[in-house]
Design a protein around this ligand. Structure first.
Ligand SMILES: C[S@@+](CC[C@H](N)C(=O)[O-])C[C@H]1O[C@@H](n2cnc3c(N)ncnc32)[C@H](O)[C@@H]1O
Length: 296
């Protein structure tokens, strides 16, 4: 078996494992974060033909189906089997288990294609991006959310051209808990954390899913906002125990985990003929970005 086939198999099994165990009782959290994450309003989805690329258990397809005319939601893993458990507009969602690199759709048919945290887990994110871009109609909108490679320092944040993001981020840094010196320390700790995760992933991505899942239970004990494990090994501190275990598993199990530079993504959009390209940042400094654009 080719190495890439082996890794694709691991990605499929790993996410299947994760999503088949994810709680069905989805909170308001998903609703709140979704529109911010894709950088689109409810209005933008009204009566549109939408593709949720790499939908997981369909938590975002569920939200868009309230507004869209129909939503095709595909994922590589068996996670799509769970869509029926969480949806309230069953007739509007079309779930499909498929690989982003070999999709069974005609080109130029969707009004909106969005993808949250997916292309970073593929062998070739740029190829995955191109495959999705082809599926959009002319005038259609693409929105891609991924993690960024390098956190920005205060100096870089001040230079950003995105006025809204700059204001929000700098306000948070100054008002909340970061004075400049603390912010620099925070950046160093975040960097260290990323390096620790990267190193541990050299081993963890080879550990059988079942064992890794049980190891993720170490993320349960908490002191206040912090998990006990976090003082040595980075792990999720999500308030819901089940989600915390699964998020921790998610950090260490999938074989591919690419991080991106904003500029790299913007150039992909330009190469595929998108215009009105916008970037929005999420989290302090920020940790992830969404790039969206309109297809020529
Ligand atoms: C971090 S999860 C995000 C799921 C969903 N977008 C969400 O935010 O709830 C990444 C998803 O990408 C899917 N994925 C990874 N590689 C894929 C591929 N080649 N084709 C389709 N889906 C893929 C995984 O199976 C997984 O469900």
């Amino acid at each position: 078996m080719l190495e890439t086939d082996k890794l694709l198999g691991r990605t499929k099994k790993s996410f299947g494992y994760e999503w088949l165990r994810y709680p069905t009782t989805l909170g308001e959290e998903e609703n709140r974060t979704f529109f911010d994450m894709v950088g689109l309003t409810e209005e933008a989805f009204k009566n549109k033909f939408v593709l949720d690329a790499g939908c997981g258990m369909g938590r975002y397809a569920r939200i868009t189906a309230k507004f869209a005319s129909s939503v095709v939601a595909f994922d590589l893993s068996r996670s799509v089997e769970r869509i029926k458990d969480i949806i309230n507009s069953p007739s509007k969602i079309y779930p499909l288990q498929a690989n982003i690199m070999a999709l069974p759709f005609k080109n130029g048919i969707f009004d909106i294609v969005f993808s949250v945290g997916v292309i970073q887990h593929t062998a070739s994110p740029k190829e995955a991006f191109k495959k999705l871009a082809c599926l959009l109609k002319s005038g259609g909108i693409m929105s891609i959310h991924v993690y960024v490679k390098k956190l920005k320092s205060i100096e870089e944040l001040k230079q950003t051209t995105l006025e809204k993001d700059k204001r929000i981020l700098l306000d948070n840094i100054e008002k909340n808990f970061f004075k400049k010196i603390k912010f620099e320390l925070y950046l160093k700790l975040r960097f260290l954390r990323t390096e620790i995760i990267k190193t541990l992933r050299n081993v963890s991505t080879k550990v059988p899913e079942r064992i890794l899942y049980f190891l993720s239970f170490l993320a349960i004990p908490k002191i206040g906002r912090f998990t006990l494990l976090n003082f040595s090994i980075p792990c999720s501190s999500h308030p819901n125990i089940k989600v915390r275990i699964l998020e921790t598993f998610d950090w260490y199990s999938p074989p591919y985990l690419w991080l991106f530079q904003e500029q790299e993504l913007i150039s992909w959009f330009k190469e595929q003929g998108f215009y009105s390209i916008e970037v929005s940042a999420h989290g302090f400094s920020p940790v992830s970005v969404t790039v969206k654009g309109i297809k020529k």
